[in-house]
Write a protein that binds this ligand. Structure first.
Ligand code: CA
Length: 233
């Protein structure tokens, strides 16, 4: 089953209309009305794409857009009342993939969403899975799946991002701060320690002996690094 499209919109009526159109075009849909709710949904549901209203009750959609982009390659279509050219350019500078001005035609929105997803699909298919130690550990970024000795693991989107970040650069030490911005994408203070909790969970899942990790090594006083020999595919 494909992940859902996340509609971020505090205008409930508009959100319902957009949902109806997307569902009519066979997308699964999830909805958030605030920045806080969006951050939860991003972690829990790893959406296929985000349709983002810029005027939200608890924060700026512009900053949220940057957070979403820092989380990974998630297409973002900005939905906004701001139509001035400078505003559009600012939106693209924040990483938005497309921009639709309200009042938006839901048909146009569906069309633009499909166009953006098509562009992403082209880039995603070229990304090979990361395989280590003769296939003992495989990270498939297209499917967001990890398998250990051929067994698929149950893993949260955040854990996947974190492991993928580390495994993309084996033997390079990442500070907690770097991991927060690369894997979590949050600007908030105090998230550094949450990295430790995610690493602990990951070790339980991917290591033979979580207390004597083979892949996820602690670099004392600095952060973490991933050890593993990348297989030639
Ligand atoms: Ca709004």
């Amino acid at each position: 089953m494909l992940p859902p499209v996340l509609i971020v919109e505090d205008d409930q009526k508009l959100a319902r209309i957009v949902r109806a159109y997307l569902e009519g075009a066979d997308f699964r849909v999830t909805h958030a009305s605030s920045v806080a709710e969006t951050l939860c949904k991003l972690d829990e549901e790893a959406p296929l794409a985000v349709i983002l209203d810029l005027g939200l009750p608890d924060g700026a959609g512009e900053e949220l857009c940057q957070d979403i982009k820092a989380l990974g390659d998630i297409p973002v279509i900005m939905l906004t009342a701001k139509s001035a050219e400078e505003e559009r350019i600012a939106g693209f500078a924040l990483g938005a993939d497309d921009y639709v001005v309200k009042p938006a035609s839901p048909r146009e929105l569906v069309y633009r969403l499909k166009a953006v997803l098509k562009r992403y699909d082209g880039t995603a298919t070229s990304s090979q899975p990361l395989s280590f130690n003769n296939g003992a550990l495989i990270l498939d970024s297209r499917r967001h799946e990890i398998s250990k000795s051929g067994q698929a693991l149950t893993i949260t989107p955040t854990e996947f991002k974190l492991l993928f970040t580390l495994a993309s650069a084996p033997h390079r030490t990442f500070t907690r701060d770097e991991l927060v911005s690369k894997a979590l994408g949050y600007h908030f203070e105090g998230y550094e320690r949450s990295i430790d909790a995610h690493i602990k969970n990951l070790r339980q899942k991917i290591e033979d002996e979580p207390r004597r990790p083979e892949y996820l090594k602690t670099v004392y006083g600095v952060g973490y690094l991933f050890c593993g020999e990348r297989d030639a595919l």
